[in-house]
Design a protein around this ligand. Structure first.
Ligand code: ADP
Ligand code: MG
Length: 610
């Protein structure tokens, strides 16, 4: 293992900071329960101190009785009320603790909801570039999955620690009244345990930190082995055993790391325990000696030793609890970083289509976060209202990347974007203006209506408008044949769910874009899964279907592209040619070469058939 990096070490303020953070969360989630739970801990602590004082009184009476110094009734007369008081304290304490446990459960559920909601809020607000960053995924994954329940662990720990500390304090106060000179010894006996807890916390924090990516890879492998989308290919290839083997390999790292750190913990704890107990034994010996020398009376000695016992038990408890929160603190740190302002962005607004007269990009340069080479290298493109513009180019030439920038999902590294002639200062403006059908659009495993109406999430889903959008996308016929029409859930994973063919899914994605009704439509290879007839029909009716809109069409089918008002040819991240089909053919450049290659392939196929 490499030397510990600063990032996987806890800092001094982390523990306190996390405690305060969790208390604030709990306060916001359910302050009533928090107050009840903490109040009961306080009451319990006071009760324990009371019992200690009663023990001293009782022991005093017993000693007096034993020596036969009191009258027959005098001593027992005090013992009975004292015992009655102790029993009463016990009953009340038991009921209060039951109430606290009940409220703690409620607090746990509310806290879980509150915290998960914070994470989901931050995750859905995060801008797309964050999703290119492995560190972000580590934090997100830990925040979403692992921290589920962690705040509850911490609050439970805090409550237990509070109880132990309060009891310790109350016992110390009782001590002060009886044998103040024992306090420093009690404090010394606590030190080894607290030091061991500190070391354990650091070690488990470091381990969790180092394993974060490992766990993410494992989760991905698990998805490959259990996911429905992956099931057919994994079986066709017979990938199962290989995937499991990899998963085992990844898991071995976690098991080994856990065994190593737990062995170290055990050694440290055993040493701490022996050291702490040695102090306690020394103190017991000292008290014995003091009693022998008649410097302390028996009742005080008994009460003092009971107090020391209580105190050292509490210290061990606090030590154990604090040692276990290393992972939780890590998750909470991520949570705090997550819910912080750095990731937050303006929520996508957009109540309706914005005005769109033109969009122009000048000298766009872009590189993906963490990549060395730029993907776009000085791109100039322009779109005016009502135009159909095509973008062609080989795989990896930057077409999808350009689409994402024009749709306001990535800010360009340099260059200018002009919307209606004015520089775009907020990418959210571009998102409001555009509707994108991505090459790898999402297949929502939800009802058909959702799949379409998600195009405009700001408004209530409108079934008529959805049906209209489906009609324009050519999706109406197959949707109406589904058993529950627009209410059919599109996944076999859910009861009464149905599934669609690739082309049908693509039509739904198109319907979603129609439903969005944005003035600037980006279609990234929107017909890759459609049959030739459907594609022909879509492109043939494009001007009618998108009347008044501006369309950016990315396609490899030159038969579809040739009707565009203007064609941009992208190569290696730059526009190498642009113009109408006729102009580009006349240039006999890159476009003409690509067009002729494809046309020749079709002609060959035709001659082969005839
Ligand atoms: N998220 C990403 N992170 C890093 N590089 C990427 C990412 N997406 C695409 N690329 C790279 O950017 C280049 C252009 O990709 P893309 O715009 O998808 O091309 P096209 O759509 O023209 O096929 C490719 O070399 C690809 O490897
Ligand atoms: Mg692409």
């Amino acid at each position: 293992m490499s030397a510990p990096r600063p990032a996987n070490r806890l800092r001094a303020g982390d523990v306190m900071g996390s405690a305060v953070f969790v208390l604030r969360l709990a306060w916001r989630a359910d302050r009533g329960s928090l107050l009840v739970v903490l109040g009961v801990q306080l009451a319990t602590a006071v009760g324990v101190a009371g019992v200690l004082l009663l023990v001293r009184g009782l022991a005093g009476d017993a000693v007096t009785l034993g020596r036969g110094q009191a009258g027959a009734g005098g001593g027992t007369g005090r013992i009975i009320p004292v015992i009655a008081a102790m029993v009463a304290l016990r009953s009340v304490g038991g009921i209060l603790r039951a109430a606290a446990t009940a409220r703690q459960r409620v607090l746990a559920v509310r806290l879980d909801r509150h915290v998960t909601d914070l994470v989901l809020g931050a995750a859905t607000r995060a801008e797309l570039p964050h999703f290119e960053d492995a560190a972000f995924h580590d934090r997100l994954q830990r925040a979403v999955f692992a921290s589920r329940g962690q705040p509850v662990v911490v609050i439970t720990t805090l409550v237990a620690v509070a109880q132990a500390v309060l009891t310790g304090a109350a016992v110390s106060v009782a001590f002060l009244a009886m044998a103040w000179w024992l306090l420093p010894f009690a404090a010394v006996s606590a030190l080894p345990t607290l030091r061991a807890a500190h070391a354990e916390r650091n070690a488990s924090y470091g381990l969790s930190h180092d394993l974060a990516e490992n766990r993410r890879v494992r989760q991905y492998l698990e998805r490959l082995m259990t996911g429905r989308d992956e099931a057919k290919e994994v079986r066709a290839l017979g990938l199962g055993p290989l995937l499991r083997e990899r998963w085992h390999g990844r898991y071995a790292e976690e098991v080994d790391g856990t065994v190593r750190t737990q062995r170290r913990h055990l050694r440290r704890k055993a040493v701490a325990r022996l050291a702490g107990d040695a102090v306690v034994v020394a103190v017991i010996g000292a008290v014995w000696w003091l009693m022998d020398a008649r410097l302390v009376d028996l009742p005080t000695a008994l009460a003092a030793l009971t107090g020391l016992w209580l105190l050292s038990t509490r210290v061990q408890m606090v030590g154990g609890l604090l040692g276990n929160v290393g992972d939780s603190i890590l998750y909470l740190k991520d949570l705090r970083a997550f819910a912080g302002p750095s990731v937050a962005a303006a929520p996508a607004g957009g109540e309706g289509p914005a005005v769109f007269a033109s969009l122009e990009a000048r000298g766009l340069r872009f590189r993906y976060p963490g990549s060395a080479a730029p993907v776009l290298n000085g791109v100039d493109v322009a779109f005016r209202q009502g135009e159909i513009i095509a973008l062609v180019g080989g795989n990896g030439s930057g077409k999808t990347t350009l689409a994402k920038i024009l749709a306001g999902l990535y800010p360009p590294e340099s260059g200018t974007l002009l919307l209606n002639g004015a520089p775009v200062d907020d990418p959210a403006r571009l998102r409001e203006t555009s509707a994108v059908v991505f090459q790898d659009f999402v297949r929502y495993r939800l009802p058909v209506l959702d799949n379409i109406a998600f195009g405009r999430p700001g408004q209530a889903a409108d079934p008529d408008r959805a049906a209209g959008s489906a009609r324009r996308a050519g999706a109406d016929a197959f949707v109406e044949r589904l058993p529950r029409g627009y209410g059919t859930v599109l996944s076999k994973e859910f009861r009464d769910g149905e599934d669609l063919s690739g082309g049908q899914w693509q039509r739904l994605a198109l319907a979603r874009a129609f439903y969005r009704d944005a003035p600037f439509v980006i279609l990234d290879e929107p017909t890759a899964a459609l049959d030739p007839q459907a594609e022909e029909e879509l492109f043939g009716r494009m001007r009618e279907l998108f009347a008044g809109r501006t369309v950016l069409l990315i396609s490899h089918r030159f038969s579809s592209v040739r009707g565009a008002d203007r064609i941009y040819v992208l190569d290696g991240g730059s526009v190498v040619e642009h113009g109408t089909h006729e102009q580009l053919m006349g240039r006999r450049g890159r476009y003409a070469a690509m067009f002729l290659t494809q046309a020749a392939a079709y002609l060959d196929a035709e001659t082969a058939v005839t």
